[in-house]
Design a protein around this ligand. Structure first.
Ligand code: NAD
Ligand code: ZN
Ligand code: ZN
Length: 341
């Protein structure tokens, strides 16, 4: 017998979410039933609610994939070390097969059979969520639940992007977009020892970037980021977490020879124009990076527990979910908004 719970639900890509009472099914044999404490609002949830991407989410959908909660019960066949009472993270990678060449080589984020939380399966904008136990990650005591939430997607994704970029201490890293992801991307680049140039359209975001350790800032509304970053010698790596194709092109053109651009944001408008000749002659790499693994997330929590990262967040109530989406879309939210259940 399932129970009832409050959840924010997408019924139609062109309508606001509705906060309503829904049935919570019993967890499957390999799932944990988790009572949600907090859930971050990722821009991906907005793309999901609007049906922005080539692959559409299920409907009706409960979005949310930065879930923090307490395990209340377990299915019969849970083999991971998760126990009732554990405080766990529910990430975007909701399920992976566990057997394919990606799953067995530490790249389960590329599993072709994966199911994504708050997209293919119901997510964490709710009082409860059923999560496949193999993919949940225990949250260490030193990490508070409001701060844990943004680390579960924004944190792990940008930590992984910096790993994929191969950032070294002498590098200049450009971070395009200082939102939920970007405010953490710049901190991981600093932890890797790099100098950082932060690019955004809003002065408040750039002053936050400065506070968090950015060495340089560029306002892409009033300055040409390519020109400004070239003045600094060009970026060794540019990480694009801005929801605009133009920023991807600027990130690419801001590179020095041998540089790497890492595509992370997923704007609705899916195309960019990049030159072949310069890519070849300049030995430039264009990389895509998708979230991070359980091990990456464990490392992200360790860094935070050790006091090495700062999560900038503001609390919201799930009843105000539509206003919260609007704030993020308009660039008015300060880094991450987190729902407290
Ligand atoms: P956000 O809205 O919090 O942040 C986006 C930031 O980009 C904002 O600060 C905004 O002002 C800035 N921006 C917008 N246009 C810009 C431009 N032209 N130049 C510079 N800055 C600009 O969003 P978020 O939650 O950080 O997510 C960012 C993107 O990353 C989304 O598209 C999301 O779907 C995607 N995402 C990808 C992954 C992945 O694994 N690859 C994981 C999570 C999120
Ligand atoms: Zn697999
Ligand atoms: Zn996300």
């Amino acid at each position: 017998m399932g129970k009832k719970m409050q959840a924010a639900v997408v019924h139609d890509f062109s309508k606001p979410l509705s906060v309503e009472e829904v049935d919570l099914p019993d967890p499957l044999a390999n799932q944990a039933s988790v009572k949600i404490e907090t859930s971050g609002l990722c821009h991906t949830d907005i793309h999901a609610a609007h049906g922005d991407w080539p692959i559409k989410p299920k409907l009706p959908l409960i979005p949310g994939h930065e879930g923090v909660g307490i395990v209340e019960s377990l299915g019969k066949n849970v083999r991971s070390g998760i126990k009732e009472g554990d405080r766990v993270a529910i990430p975007w990678l909701g399920y992976a097969c566990g057997y394919c060449e990606y799953c067995t080589s530490g790249w389960e984020t590329l599993c072709e059979d994966q199911l994504n939380t708050g997209y293919a399966i119901d997510g964490t904008f709710a009082e409860y969520a059923n999560a496949y136990a193999d993919q949940v990650v225990k949250i260490p005591k030193g990490v508070d639940s409001m701060e844990a939430a943004p680390l579960i997607c924004a944190g792990v994704t940008t930590y992984k992007a910096v790993k994929v970029a191969g950032t070294r201490p002498s590098d200049l890293v450009a971070v395009f977009g200082i939102g939920g992801l970007g405010h953490l991307a710049l901190q991981y680049a600093k932890i890797a020892g790099a100098s950082v140039v932060a690019v955004d359209l809003f002065e408040e975001k750039l002053s936050l970037a400065k506070e968090l350790g950015a060495d340089y800032t560029v306002n892409a509304r009033t300055q040409d980021p390519v020109e400004e970053i070239k003045k600094l010698g060009g970026a060794d790596q540019a990480i694009c977490v801005a929801v605009a194709p133009q920023a991807f092109e600027q990130a690419y053109h801001s590179l020095r020879r041998g540089g790497k651009v890492v595509f992370v944001a997923l704007p609705k408008d899916n195309d960019v124009r990049l030159p072949i000749f310069e890519t070849v002659l300049n030995g430039v790499s264009v990389l895509g990076s998708i979230v991070g693994t359980r091990v990456d997330l464990k490392e992200v929590f360790e860094l935070h527990a050790a006091g090495k990262t700062r999560v900038v967040h503001e609390k919201r109530h799930l009843h105000d979910v539509n206003e919260a989406l609007k704030e993020v879309e308009e660039g008015k939210a300060k880094a991450r908004l987190v729902f407290e259940m």
